[in-house]
Design a protein around this ligand. Structure first.
Ligand code: 1CP
Length: 366
């Protein structure tokens, strides 16, 4: 089941991710399809969020919106979906509450919870089967893209998905997650391993459907400590980077560039550079030059990392931030994919994002 698609007319991000010298830095923006775009609200209408994810026609339309609005300024698309489709595929109920975010009516409260055994007993391939609608959305989006830019597939990192599954939604104090880590470390690791196995199968099938790069979002890595990150996140991120290429080979597919975004884990950046990913996403809490220094001679490519909040600022503030970022990453001819340090936030004026993208292109093409 491999597909024929039109050849790429812009493969800048693929060449950059492979470590090649390039004419300028490629750019994409985390959450580039989403709430700050009026056309997103228009297309979504009154539909439930996950209903949009499950409808390939709607998901592909939403994926293409920023590519069309910012034609010539974005060098990659990312499939419209959510990291929480994986807990759903593991049999957990997840709702998206308008203006509040995700809600699990029945989170995993302890290893004695009957649901814990059910989730652990779930076969990874059977879970990946549940996400057929994502693969169909990816294939349809590749067709609609007609080779304009590559399409990124993604999943949540085991640690971040674990947090949602035990907290039941967004959280400030990570009380339940920390109870699991510090009271039930072995049960926590067993669950992280199960999630990692599902992630490998899920990502492999996204590639088979047409995804040309993949990103693993560890949005809550910053809630761990150097020691707990080493035991509760890194091994599972490494499991994915090691096993995905093997799984792709088994399926007769070539490897694709892999991006990891361990938000808030700059304390572990040195070892993250050795996790087996081609690209490491950086948040805005680290200076680019400092990250470049930690990377040293390693081939890893960085992605990021301006404060998303600068898009609420003046044009001068945006220009200054871009200038510092471009300089810090060495000018943009190698080893850097421009992005923000986290997803773009609601209420940003899309024209301010356009200016940000233009400034990066202008300064890195020099
Ligand atoms: O363009 C894109 O990037 C769209 C695809 C996308 C991605 C990659 C969405 C759509 N969500 C995600 C990933 C995602 N989802 C992450 C990892 C990235 C990050 O850290 O931002 C996380 C943590 C989630 C979970 C999630 N989904 C939240 C965060 C809640 C919290 O705990 O703070 C929220 C608000 C959502 C809903 C969501 N997902 C995506 C969109 C467009 C929305 C908003 C839905 C709406 O209100 O219309």
């Amino acid at each position: 089941m491999t597909h024929e698609f039109e050849p790429l007319t812009n493969d800048l991000i693929l060449r950059t991710a492979r470590g090649e010298d390039v004419e300028r830095a490629p750019i994409w923006i985390m959450r580039q399809a989403g709430r700050y775009l009026p056309e997103y609200h228009e297309a979504k209408g009154n539909r439930d969020f996950f209903e949009c994810c499950r409808d390939p026609e709607v998901a592909s339309t939403l994926t293409l919106q920023p590519i069309e609005r910012f034609a010539g300024l974005l060098d990659a698309s990312i499939i419209f979906s959510d990291i929480l489709v994986v807990p759903q595929a593991l049999g957990m109920a997840v709702e998206m509450v308008d203006k509040k975010g995700p809600h699990f009516p029945d989170p995993l409260r302890s290893p004695d919870d009957g649901q814990y055994a059910r989730v652990l007993g779930r076969d990874a391939a059977a879970a990946a089967d549940e996400l057929d609608y994502v693969y169909r959305a990816i294939t349809l989006t590749r067709r609609k893209l007609r080779g304009r830019v590559p399409l990124i597939g993604f999943c949540g990192a085991p640690w971040t998905l674990f947090c949602y599954m035990v907290e039941g939604g967004g959280t400030k104090f990570f009380i339940e997650s920390k109870k699991w880590v510090y009271r039930h470390p072995d049960a926590t690791k067993a669950l992280l391993q199960k999630i990692a196995e599902v992630c490998v199968e899920y990502l492999a099938r996204q590639v088979r459907a047409g995804a040309q790069l993949i990103q693993v979002f560890d949005s809550w890595a910053g809630e761990l400590s150097p020691s707990t990150f080493k035991h509760f996140s890194e091994p599972y991120l490494a499991y994915i980077s090691k096993n995905l290429p093997e799984r792709l080979r088994e399926l007769g597919l070539d490897p694709v560039p892999m991006i990891v975004f361990p938000k808030g884990a700059n304390y572990a950046l040195d070892s993250i550079c050795d996790l087996g990913y081609d690209v490491v996403g950086l948040d805005w809490l680290i200076e680019p030059a400092k990250a470049v220094e930690i990377r040293g001679v390693r081939r890893v490519v960085f992605q990021g990392n301006a404060d998303p909040g600068v898009l609420y600022g003046s044009r001068d503030a945006i220009s200054e931030t871009v200038k510092e970022m471009v300089q810090g990453f060495g000018g943009g001819k190698k080893g850097w994919i421009a992005n923000l340090g986290h997803g773009i936030t609601p209420q940003v004026n899309p024209e301010d994002l356009r200016f940000y993208l233009q400034e990066i292109q202008r300064l890195t093409a020099k």
